[in-house]
Every structure is written in C-alpha cells, then in structure tokens.
Design a protein around this ligand. Sequence first.
Ligand code: ATP
Ligand code: MG
Length: 255
Amino acid sequence: MKIAISGKGGVGKTTFTANFARWLVQKGATVLAVDADPDASLGTILGISDDVLTDLKPIVDMKELIEERMGGSGAFYPLNPNVDDILDDYSVSVGQLRFFRMGNIKGGGTSCYCKENSFLQALVNSLILGEKDTVILDMGAGIEQLTRGTALGVDVLVIITEPSKVSVQTVQVIQQLAKELGIPRVVVIGNKVRNLNDEKFLRDRFSSEQLIGIIPYSDELLEMSINTGSEVLPEGSLGVQLNKIYGKIIEEGDD
Ligand SMILES: Nc1ncnc2c1ncn2[C@@H]1O[C@H](COP(=O)(O)OP(=O)(O)OP(=O)(O)O)[C@@H](O)[C@H]1O
Ligand SMILES: [Mg+2]
C-alpha cells in the first residue's frame, strides 16, 4: 500500500508521517518512508543523524543509475529494473523502517519525472513482499511535488489541515489536483485543533466522509520536533485518537 501525506506548510505533515510510520512498524509492517520534501526533515524527526542524512543520496540524483537500469532516454523503459543491490546505498534502516530521500522534484512544464518515479516504484515493488508492507511519502508543502509521477500508485492521499482559512484553501487546491491525477482515495485530517470552535470550523467545511479525523493541539506532538527520534508513540487519549485515524487510513484504502 502506498500512502502520501500532503498539506500547507507547517500544518504537521512530517510529525504525522513519522508517528504513522512508527505505528505501522509496531503493527508488523515493513515500512518504506520517503521524504519527498526538498526541505527534508522527516529523517531528522525519525532520529537519523545529520551526518548520515547528509551522506544519503536522494533518489532523483541517481540519474546515471536510472539511465543504466531503465535504459535509454525514450518513452519506454523496463518496468522492473533490478534494484535490490542499491537499496543499501540509497536508504537508511531504522529498525523495520527504511528511509529514502526523494530529492528536489521540480514540477511544471512537461517534465513528469516519470523515470525517477518508475524507478522508485521498482524500488518499492522489490521491497513489497507481503500485504502488510507500506510505503509512506511526506510530500512537503508545495503542491508542485504532487505530479503525475509522484502520484503514481498512490492508494490514499492524506491531506493535513489546521483550522484556518488558508490551510483549508490549500486542501481544496490539493483535492482538485488529486482528482485530476486520478488518486483513488483522498482524506482530510484536522490538526492542532484547540477547542470546539476549531473543530466546528473544520466540520463546517468538509463532509464526514472527507474529514476522517481530528488531532488536538498537543504539547507532546510539539515536543517531537525537539526530542527527535523518540521510539515512544503517544499514549492516553491522544494515542487512542491517532490509532483510530491510522486504522481508518489503512483499512478503507486497502484493496
Ligand atoms: N497536533 C499538534 N499539536 C501541536 N504541535 C504540533 C502538532 N502537530 C505538529 N505540531 C508541531 O508543528 C510544527 C510543524 O510540524 P511539521 O514539521 O510536522 O509540519 P509540516 O507540515 O511537515 O511542515 P513543513 O511544511 O515545513 O514541512 C512542529 O513544531 C510540530 O512539532
Ligand atoms: Mg515537513
């Protein structure tokens, strides 16, 4: 299963992605976490050291390798290049989780980065051994990251929003784009919700089918950006709320 996380800048995408990825690992899934944000931060939140992150080559920089494995520059290239051997060079293992950096994907024009993404897909396919294995992408704030290429094979797009007008407007832009890109399922999650007014603001703007969960404003989540690499998942009522949201994302999107 392939899950992508999107939304306006600073709404909590990376925090959500990191916790979700850890939860999936706890569930016994093999998780491939991909930082598709050029302003990479998922690795840091997952607790990977700066030194290791600096040395990690991004997938888009594998131009030569892509040319070699995918063949030529034409429109057709093999769909299943042999990629097993390079996984260790281009990813970092954090327990059962494998971390990749996508690198800087420029949108617009006719460039769709199809090759890079087919390559990523091949990497993913070579890793997907069981039904419980999951790819999770932190898309970054720019909608230009959401292209035909990156949307390839995404089963569910999760859009995170704060209770604010600008953040909701971004959700609507992303929803439209996702529709055009043919992403089969798109869900919205409210984050940093402080009170009933905040919650009402979001519920008035999205149907209950769209808005599948609300995450409260929480010091525990805020502190994840300071105490990075925590293995501990939120517990108590916050933990229960988060688990419910994760469950909704994977169960309904699983086919
Ligand atoms: N529910 C929450 N309650 C309080 N703080 C939160 C919550 N979720 C995330 N945060 C905090 O908000 C800040 C931004 O979160 P995060 O980096 O995950 O956002 P982002 O959407 O990935 O940002 P960017 O667009 O810059 O990549 C961080 O300090 C994080 O700890
Ligand atoms: Mg982020």
